[in-house]
Design a protein around this ligand. Sequence first.
Ligand code: URA
Length: 241
Amino acid sequence: MSPEELRRKIEYFKDLGVKELYRREAVAVAPAAEAVAATVAPVELPSLAPAGDTLIQIGQDIGECTRCGLHKGRNKIVFGDGNPEAQLVFVGEGPGADEDAQGIPFVGRAGQLLTQMIEGTAKKEGIPLTRADVYICNVVKCRPPENRTPEPDEMQICGQFLFRQLQVIRPKAICALGSTAAKALLGGRDGVTKLRGKWHKWNDIPLIVTYHPSYLLRAYNVEAKREAWEDLKKALHFVYD
Ligand code: URA
């Protein structure tokens, strides 16, 4: 890769919000490129050119990933599910036990609630839409132990693949489920309560934040449930009207 290509690649990922880049294996860096690379440390480059990127390519690049500690406990990498040309993409936090076993995001209890919410709200609003029409993925693709929140380095490493997924799909809107997804996509420290219900942007794509379905499963969250349905309604009308 020429120094100019290297510089462009680094700029591209910086624009996407990636603060650190990693390289899977050592490659010889030309002296001129070294100076450029030194501006983003530690420099470890994703192995594929963003131009002509595809979901298949991203999956191949993830491969049998061992880039962070989460791989140690995983059964299956949970890449994403749904329509690769979806107009609406939901982003969760990371796989749970059911997702880790099946390799499909949001198939456990929280996932069933999410599916119900998408399909139920769409039906009520007269929008012909099923789960298969949207795309669903997570910030991290491997299950964190005991379903803990992903660590910043895990989010940073895996987030690069999420960003690429979103860039390839380029939906009309993104719905971030919970504060981990919101933080990964918007940066900042604000939680869902502060961010929800309003439109934000990720790389020029309108993004709405709402509660994570796992949170809504807790019995006392009646008000949050109502708010989540409102958020979803807003997203569905924006995308499909
Ligand atoms: N919770 C998530 O954030 N993602 C899943 O895929 C399942 C549960």
